[in-house]
Design a protein around this ligand. Structure first.
Ligand code: DSN
Length: 469
């Protein structure tokens, strides 16, 4: 050990330097290894991405753009960011004459906020899918008593919704409402929606109102790169994404924006997009400081992986597994919102089962299955959601195939049946449900037995990533 290491503990292994934190990390790794990860927005990133994240790049400040930084010493950081930009365009088959990209957003919500800041402006109007109908907070959300999302605080948001009967986006109503609201931007993006978006229809509605069309493809960006779902780049002016969901990179964000001619007026005048400077300046210095260079390197690695044939095979398996889960759940009598899936997730409506999403999520968590409760179309309260959102990207990265997902559905079904049994034998509140779950010895024994089955099954599938962490 060198002198500096002795004095400031700069070279000590984390296990010796900070046993408290390292033990918790080890426990989390064990939870991931022994559990079944079905959160639709999560994934297991690769060892190479982990290595970029744990690299010296985290030490460097680099405000500005490649070649125009506010700090010296960015020769290699510039190379990394430029390579990441190039790979981002390549991964989606984009011509650099027609599309530009900013890879500095720290994640998806900051990316979206930067776009609004650049193009919509204070109190400008935005329409996004209603959060309880499958939208995302960053597309705007408010209740009668509160503007919940900063998108609704600093901009004027008005939602579009799904048809409560079909669970499908009600484009006709969006069309009608947009004519009255006159949005400056329409956001085509979802957090819980299992069907392809009709970007062409969104485009027509945006054009009628001279609005920008932005896609937030965060959930499906890996599937888009693989060419397996509808492609937002065909119709949108701006496309944002996170990089850690189906794309399987580190946590980060990207903004793609069109360049060149936006439209030609009747008198022949060309109106240019002119978004590049506005978006770059909104990200920095508008909203962020130094980019997270270790993340940008990790994104570059993930984008390289996204251009391989193996990645396409993985994404096809993600979809096949989601379809298998959907059919297996339906065979067991569960109701699936929209009746199926085109992508990596399904939304199970538990209302016919006479149990809610909170109890479903809780029992599944107890047996080692991570899933999230979610509102279903027509839910009266966002606080008591009726559904469960289930996604396949993470377990597909552990190499689970269709037959394995049939087994996963069996575990989920056994968990839900157990929850129904508990619910029938306790008081009506969630508190009473949880008390029964944690205090009744016979319930505890049944939960432990099912958890053991889940863990034994899960341990057969190695976790990708770094050996230690
Ligand atoms: N929290 C993510 C999701 O679960 O969809 C979106 O940011």
């Amino acid at each position: 050990m060198n002198g500096m290491g002795d004095r400031w503990n700069m070279t000590t292994d984390i296990r010796d330097e900070d046993p408290e934190i390292s033990q918790i990390i080890i426990k989390e790794k064990e939870r991931q290894r022994k559990g079944l990860e079905l959160i639709a927005s999560e994934n297991f990133t690769s060892k190479a991405v982990h290595q970029a994240l744990g690299s010296c790049l985290t030490n460097k400040y680099s405000e500005g753009q490649p070649g125009q930084r506010y700090y010296g010493g960015n020769e290699f950081i510039d190379q990394i960011e430029v390579l990441c930009q190039k790979r981002a365009l390549e991964a989606y088959g984009l011509d650099s004459e027609k599309w530009g990209v900013n890879v500095q957003p720290l994640s998806g919500s900051p990316a979206n906020f930067a776009v609004y800041t650049a193009l919509v402006g204070p109190h400008g109007r935005i329409m996004g899918l209603h959060l309880p109908d499958g939208g995302h907070l960053s597309h705007g959300f408010m209740t009668p008593s509160k503007k919940i999302s900063a998108t609704s605080v600093y901009f004027e948001s008005f939602p579009y919704k799904v048809d409560p009967m079909t669970g499908l986006i009600d484009y006709d109503r969006l069309h009608e409402n947009a004519k009255m609201f006159l949005p400056k931007m329409i956001v085509a993006g979802v957090s819980c929606y299992s069907r392809n978006l009709d970007y062409k229809r969104f485009r027509e509605i945006a054009n009628e109102n001279d609005a920008y069309l932005m896609a937030d493809m965060a959930h499906v960006s890996g599937l888009v790169a693989a060419g397996l779902v509808a492609n937002p780049f065909e119709y949108c002016d701006i496309v944002t994404t996170t990089t850690h969901k189906t794309l399987r990179g580190p946590r980060s964000g990207i903004i793609f924006y069109r360049k060149g001619v936006r439209k030609v007026l009747k008198n022949g005048t060309q109106v240019m997009y002119e978004m590049e400077r506005k978006i770059n300046e909104a990200v920095f210095p508008g909203l962020q400081g130094g980019p997270h260079n270790h993340q940008i390197a990790g994104v570059a690695v993930a984008l390289k992986q996204a251009c391989t044939p193996e990645f396409k095979v993985y994404q096809q398996q993600v979809i096949n597994n989601a379809r298998t889960m959907c059919t297996a759940m339906q065979k067991r009598g569960y109701s699936i919102v929209t009746g199926g899936t085109d992508n990596h997730l399904i939304l199970v409506d538990l209302r016919p089962n006479k149990i809610d999403g909170a109890r479903g999520e809780k029992i599944l968590e107890e047996i080692g299955i991570a899933i999230n409760k979610n509102t279903c179309p027509g839910d009266k309260s966002a606080l008591k959601p009726s559904g469960l959102r289930i996604g396949t990207p993470a377990l597909t990265s552990r190499n689970l195939k269709e037959a394995d997902f049939e087994q996963v559905v069996d575990f989920i079904d056994r968990g839900i049946k157990m929850a129904l049994e508990i619910q029938a034998n306790c008081g009506p509140t969630l508190k009473e449900f949880n008390a029964k779950l944690h205090e009744d010895e016979s319930v505890k024994a049944k939960v432990a037995a099912l958890k053991n089955d889940v863990e034994t099954f899960a341990l057969a599938f190695p976790l990708p990533g770094h050996e230690d962490w």
